[in-house]
Design a protein around this ligand. Structure first.
Ligand code: PLP
Length: 487
């Protein structure tokens, strides 16, 4: 028997039985006082066999679920440096606002006059997002980043169609997020991959060489998936516009540039934001998100409808015109996510939103500088909200990026993003976010250094990791295709 299976050795938490295995006949949750009224037989027609629930005490149940909850790792447990995902701490006040009964329980089919508050919040949120991006038309309907991208592509298609322009291709740099080519293809466009330059940045020449009048536009992730700012974005936008194309900005990495760059001034026509990354909605595990889409004035007519608007001193839903790409989500999008974002923006204020981005960049830059002597940097230039290392040194010790990630679990950290972006061999992509303090970041840096030392001195420790987790190494293909949810 391995030590992980011995109760009480590695913690009972790790070997929690099912409630059915735990139950003992005769246990009960509470004792009610003896009845002081005459007994009446329970009506026969209401009697049945019922479900064979186990007999358990209250403390059995409380401990069971508390232990199960401790198998999870989340931002409330510790640092979660999962690059590209912005796993920052979500202040609890935003949760509280999202559960305000009058807001949360409002039925989405209420008449406009009966949900003025909800409409006002949607309307003001649209205005805030317009101010943050510099793009005045906003739809809060899309439910995720990739959903926003698809809406963006539908808008591209509607725009070109209105001009009788037949376009079949979209330019997509190799440093774009993986969802970008998928969204373009879903919309019927052919993604044309563009190689980034030697310094990880898109070159003006590479776009000039391929942009033509059959190309609908470009999708640029900025900052890109290497955590680098696309410094040529304006010139690139000019080239694309000159050939009648549009520029899509993947704004899921907004956490690096909030209140600092204006997307419109960068030449972007359409951009989605990930409220669940930047604006305080807990995510991971596939919970609800929101990927609002922001567009220029001239593209506003194509946005999904309905959208909240203010007319006089009243709020109402505008069902759009014939140019709208239509509805992309039931009712008004994931409203609870919109509430959290609204609350986050209001409680932070413009100055603090900007400061959050500055700190997110500072924290990543600090890790990059402190670890660059330990692990090789993919590109040694100033980073934004995340830094990317390669496995070039680990290979010497026959240690893989995966081994390092698994060892981090034993050390109490959620691993960073690994093997992404694809342009870096064995990539380790670290995004600390602004919510980590210097002490915690220093501790993470020390642990990373220790693991790289262990790779030389005791490589088995890495290859056998994780030893302290509930499960060891999963067959990830099997885990995804045949998940075992009951064991
Ligand atoms: C996370 C992310 C996406 C996709 O967002 P989802 O909400 O997961 O669909 C797209 N682009 C970038 C740059 C991202 O980081």
């Amino acid at each position: 028997m391995s030590t992980t299976n011995v109760p009480g050795v590695n913690g009972i938490v790790q070997n929690e039985p099912l409630l059915w295995e735990k139950g003992k006949k005769g246990r009960r949750g509470m004792c009610v006082p003896a009845s002081d009224v005459p007994e009446v037989a329970f009506p026969a027609e209401l009697q049945g066999k019922g479900i064979d629930f186990p007999d358990l005490s209250e403390v059995d149940v409380v401990r069971h679920y508390t232990r199960l909850s401790q198998w999870n790792y989340g931002v409330d447990t510790g640092m979660y440096p999962l690059g590209s995902c912005t796993m920052k701490y979500n202040p609890k006040i935003n949760e509280k606002v999202a559960t305000t009964p009058a807001l949360a329980a409002a039925h989405p089919m209420l008449a406009d006059a009966l949900m003025q508050g909800n409409l006002q919040i949607m309307c003001e949120l649209q205005e805030y997002l317009a101010t943050i991006t510099g793009l005045p038309g906003v739809s809060v309907q899309p439910a995720a980043g990739a959903h926003g991208e698809l809406v963006g592509m539908l808008i591209f298609a509607a725009y070109h169609k209105s001009r009788n322009s037949k376009r079949t291709k979209i330019l997509i740099p190799d440093t774009a997020h993986g969802t970008n080519p998928a969204s373009a293809a879903l919309c019927g466009y052919k993604p044309v991959p563009i190689k980034s330059g030697h310094n990880g940045i898109l070159t003006v020449e590479s776009i000039a060489a391929v942009m033509d009048e059959e190309t609908a536009g470009i999708m640029i992730t900025n900052p890109n998936t290497l955590g680098l700012f696309e410094t040529n974005i304006r010139e690139i936008a000019e080239i694309v516009h000159a050939k009648g194309g549009l520029v899509y900005g993947d704004g899921a990495n907004l956490n690096a540039v909030m209140g600092i760059i204006n997307a419109r001034k960068c030449g972007i026509d359409v951009m989605h934001l990930n409220l669940h990354k930047t604006f305080s909605t807990p995510h991971g595990g596939g919970g609800p998100g929101a990927g609002p889409v922001c567009v220029t004035e001239e593209l506003t007519q194509y946005l999904p409808a309905p959208r909240a608007e203010k007319v006089g001193d009243k709020y109402q839903l505008d069902y759009g015109g014939p140019e709208s790409v239509g509805r992309v989500h039931a009712f008004h999008g994931n409203f609870a996510v919109l509430l959290r974002a609204y609350s986050y923006i209001r409680t932070m204020g413009a100055d603090n939103l900007k400061k959050a981005s500055q700190l997110a960049v500072l924290n990543a830059a600090y890790i990059k500088e402190k670890l660059k002597g330990t692990l090789p940097l993919a590109y040694n230039r100033p980073c934004m909200h995340e830094c990317v290392f390669s496995d070039a040194l680990l290979q010497e010790d026959k240690i893989s990026t995966l081994d390092v990630a698994k060892r981090l679990i034993d050390c109490g950290y959620h691993p960073p993003t690994i093997y992404f972006p694809l342009v870096v061999h064995g990539a380790i992509m670290i995004e600390p976010t602004e919510t980590e303090c210097k002490d915690d970041i220093d501790q993470f840096i020390e642990v990373m250094k220790m693991i790289v030392r262990e790779a030389k001195e005791n490589p088995e420790l890495l290859r056998q990791a994780p030893q302290r987790a509930k499960v060891r190494r999963l067959d990830e293909t099997m885990a995804a295709r045949h998940p075992c949810l009951c064991g």
